[in-house]
Design a protein around this ligand. Sequence first.
Ligand SMILES: Cc1cc2nc3c(=O)[nH]c(=O)nc-3n(C[C@H](O)[C@H](O)[C@H](O)COP(=O)(O)OP(=O)(O)OC[C@H]3O[C@@H](n4cnc5c(N)ncnc54)[C@H](O)[C@@H]3O)c2cc1C
Length: 580
Amino acid sequence: MTTTASTRGGAWLVEDVAPGAIFTVEQFSDEHRLIARTADDFMRHEVAPALERLEQKDWSLARTLVQRCGALGLIGTDVPEAYGGVEVDKVSSIIVGEAVGMVASFATTFGAQSGLSITPLLCFGTDDQKARYLPRLVTGELIGAYALSESGSGSDALGAKTRATRRADGSYLLTGEKMWISNGGFADLFIVFAKVDGEHFSAFLVERSFPGVSTGKEEHKMGLHGSSTTPLILQEAVVPAGQLLGEIGKGHKVAFNVLNYGRFKLAAMCSGGARAVIGEAARYAKERRQFGQPIASFGAIRHKLAEMTVREFAVESMLYRTAGLIDGAVHGSRVPDAVLSALEEFAIEASALKVASSEMLDYVVDENVQIHGGNGFVRDYAAERHYRDARVNRIFEGTNEINRLLLPGLLVRRALKGGLPLIDGARALQDDLLKPSAPEPPGGLPLETELRTVGGMKKVAVLAIGVAMQTLGEKLTDHQEIVSIIADIVIDVFAAESAVLRAAAMAEGVSHAAARVFVKDAASRVDVAARTALAAMAEGDTLRALHDALPRLLAVTPANTIALRRQIADAVLVRPGYPF
Ligand SMILES: Cc1cc2nc3c(=O)[nH]c(=O)nc-3n(C[C@H](O)[C@H](O)[C@H](O)COP(=O)(O)OP(=O)(O)OC[C@H]3O[C@@H](n4cnc5c(N)ncnc54)[C@H](O)[C@@H]3O)c2cc1C
């Protein structure tokens, strides 16, 4: 393995990355901190108090809050000044996303505006389209929505039935029904995907005011009651020629690139949501008394608070590492093509983040309900709402199943194209395994043991992918269970390495404890996952040899994770809240 801070997506799987080579929260500039404070104040003082009215579907209030976001410069973080934005780096966009994640309903409204509506225009719009729409989207004067899904085509988005028929004057007639459209109830502009002549999947800019455009009733949802979700009905909607976004038949490029960025931003919102919930759980645990003492004094409760924190620490570390990678790849370029190719480059990381962050948040909100006991199950406490609101994150922006299936495929495709030395890595690993192993001498670096374990986890990932390529070849995609397990291994590698690299650059203490706990548990998960996948791909002596190799590759050193979690829980309770 080579030691670099590569800016290629997925390269960390086959490279050693040094502590200090990744971007972390601790490297925030004064400008980053200012953006964080502005967004945080706005959410705390203006959005959180408005939540009840938003839950009663007061969309004029939602519109006003979006406009306030615009005035504060929070919507146009990706938009050049020429179009009214404040174009800052992706780290700043993620900082805003995290702050907004504090109120999940508003985060959905905000995400549909700042990400799903603005990104396609920014990357695929003509100069005229950008000039007509971006400045008004950035201020919140126009509300945007993204209409891809239909009742019969969610995951299979390209199976859309909505048709666009070309007319002699160059305009289009759009007919069909889109489902589950966030901001549907009050959006002015919809990014609509339809098939030109029933065949060529394409994107269009459709205004609510166009003849034949209407929206249906609000969905009765499990959560996110403060966000609007409706169908979009197109009955021979008349869409002028200038409203085609991108090229005919290239709608998939618009849809999938937007989703790449959407997944990354969704991870920011999950991370911010988790931080807020950890604070809520810690405060409740300190106040609630049972058996004559605060429940925060019980080991079982402290374990939960620590574990919630450990998982969020890993997600936050992956998140800002990826933001730094994207910023590094874009090199400050304002050219949409540079941004687009960076988003494509880091599609592996975006999928990993989407899965890891949404599942982390579900764990955090679930344990928050548990810490609240009966109070967690009633509406008087926010824990119940957080629990309902979080669930959809595993469903939208590509379900977690779809993201798991995408991830190894992206890695294998890059390896086959020669962009990622996975095949050579797998071969070298098999040669290495035949040689007697000598323990590496200690070098005295912080978290060296954990870094070594992460190195072992990478080798296991490369081994599993190598065996999958050798034994299943092109049929790999038919074996979804194996693909999903490999995705889990890769996600755990990325999370564990990000957590350790970040902690290694911090002072010894709670961050080191969090990284050590995460790596220890991730290594165990990787071990089980690899055994399960290998047993489905090999048999007999080959399988036995592979199984025997795993302990040599992983070499996990024992650690007292109970004591480490106690140390983390102490820090959570002192604040009280997420301690980083
Ligand atoms: C609150 C909310 C807001 C939304 N906002 C928007 C929006 O603004 N714009 C928009 O366009 N859409 C939006 N959606 C739709 C959302 O993106 C879809 O629900 C999602 O993509 C999943 O599609 P589906 O519901 O049709 O599920 P399906 O695709 O029917 O999936 C059902 C199950 O099957 C699994 N599955 C499907 N295909 C495969 C496969 N090939 N292999 C293995 N498993 C598979 C899925 O993972 C899932 O578990 C929203 C949905 C909700 C609930």
